[in-house]
Design a protein around this ligand. Structure first.
Ligand code: MG
Length: 272
């Protein structure tokens, strides 16, 4: 048992005993004086408990989902049935394969993106790399979740598959190495839960604030509010360029049949 915890609890237990007195104090008048004195002391303090109680606004009621299912206020981007919320980068219908509640990259069909744009967002997405392992390094189960079509959270089979650390699963590609490797085996479903804050730009295009990402991989924190240095690039580190406040999410066709399911987002209020 922790004595550090017992200390304050014991103090709380002793204080009322002093105030009430009971049989431990034969002098009732003195006990009453002590009680008033204690209460008056509380009353006379500059701050009262209610001074720090904030009642407005009242948070909206949201019904949470079970086991990764969308909460009641989520925007469902893929529920396993169709790709109506998605298109190719040039606006045509997305050509990925939908079966068994999952969508799977059709190599060569191209990247797909959401038909709606997002700024600050909470994203839940489940993904699975092929059970049949082929290729190595960046060629094994490669895909990616791009926020605002530019900022990639890497999807890769990183289960016993060495590559450069800032390019493995859970990396902010070429920018931030994940804190740990929480990968499941190929063929198993995995999840990302992400809090993404969009970058802010001044009217003249100057960067006011970078993008930030916090990422949980299979429930394990792997990116803790990291600041992005700019958009994702294979070669070099390009600077930020101003873009719209809301831009689609994009999933990468990197030539490997990676699958996705249960994708939902919650738009977050844009901080000033
Ligand atoms: Mg990728």
């Amino acid at each position: 048992m922790s004595t550090g915890r017992a200390g304050p609890l014991m103090l709380l237990a002793v204080l009322p005993a002093i105030g009430v007195g009971c049989s431990s104090s034969p002098d009732a008048a003195e006990t009453a004086t002590e009680t008033r004195s204690f209460e008056e002391d509380v009353e006379s303090r500059a701050q009262r408990p209610e001074d720090t109680e904030v009642w407005e606004p009242v948070p909206a009621v949201v019904t949470p989902g079970q086991a990764g299912a969308p909460p009641s206020d989520a925007i469902v981007l893929f529920d396993g049935s169709d790709l109506s919320g998605w298109s190719t980068e040039d606006g045509r219908d997305a050509g990925w394969h939908v079966e068994g509640g999952a969508m799977t990259v059709v190599p060569g069909a191209g990247n797909i993106r959401t038909r709606r744009g997002f700024g600050d967002v909470q994203l839940h997405i489940e993904w699975r790399t092929p059970a049949e392992v082929s290729g190595e390094g960046q060629g094994r189960g490669n895909s990616g979740v791009y926020f605002m079509e530019r900022y990639e959270l890497q999807v890769l089979d990183s289960y016993d598959n060495r590559t450069y650390s800032n390019g493995q699963a859970g990396a902010i590609y070429k920018q931030h190495i994940p804190l740990v490797n929480a990968s499941r085996a190929p063929g198993e479903w995995q999840s990302y839960d992400v809090v993404f804050a969009a970058p802010r730009f001044a009217a003249d295009g100057a960067l006011l604030s970078p993008a930030y990402m916090t990422v949980f991989h299979n429930g394990v924190l792997i990116q803790n509010h990291v600041a992005l240095r700019g958009p994702t690039e294979y070669i070099g580190e390009p600077p930020y360029e101003a873009h719209a406040d809301r831009v689609p999410l994009l999933l990468q066709d990197h030539g490997n049949p990676v699958s996705y399911r249960n994708i939902w987002a919650r738009e977050l209020p844009r901080a000033p």
